[in-house]
Design a protein around this ligand. Structure first.
Ligand SMILES: Nc1ncnc2c1ncn2[C@@H]1O[C@H](COP(=O)(O)OP(=O)(O)OP(=O)(O)O)[C@@H](O)[C@H]1O
Ligand SMILES: [Mg+2]
Length: 127
């Protein structure tokens, strides 16, 4: 597929989504495994710090209450065909959940284009 066909394809409803999630670090391996099982073939992982609605104050990390406003999290970035976006969100949601505060957030965005560097394939072919 030519790169300039990307826009046409997206108009036909074949889109690629980016899921950004912040999760508890100890849940990373379980989430990665669950995502692999449903067909996710790549992801980016970054160690971050962040805060949510408690501003980090009342959250426990490794047994200690964090006195500061930022709590360690892992940020996942996963680009998938549109059809996998809902399963990815649901898998992260159920796997990363501990029922305690600070379990994380999931955001879903449209991706304009994905390119595999080695071959030049684009969009879902590039994943
Ligand atoms: N509005 C936001 N924008 C960007 N990142 C966010 C936002 N809210 C939370 N995050 C990220 O998600 C992480 C976890 O947030 P957290 O789960 O504490 O959200 P919350 O709204 O406080 O929910 P809970 O009440 O379950 O703790 C934060 O450390 C931060 O990295
Ligand atoms: Mg919180």
């Amino acid at each position: 597929m030519r790169p300039e066909q990307g826009a046409e394809v997206q108009q036909q409803g074949i889109v690629v989504k980016l899921i950004i999630a912040a999760i508890k670090p100890f849940k990373l391996e379980e989430v990665r495994e669950a995502l692999t099982t449903i067909g996710v073939r790549g992801m980016m992982v970054t160690e971050i710090k962040g805060f949510g609605s408690q501003s980090g104050h009342t959250e426990i990390y490794r047994g200690a209450e964090y006195a500061v406003n930022f709590v360690p999290k892992v940020r996942l970035e996963i680009v998938v065909p549109d059809s996998l976006a809902d399963p990815v969100v649901e898998t992260i949601r159920t796997t990363a959940k501990t029922d305690k505060i600070g379990d994380g957030k999931i955001f879903v965005l449209d991706v304009e284009q994905a390119v595999r560097v080695r071959t030049g394939e684009i969009n879902d072919d590039a994943l």
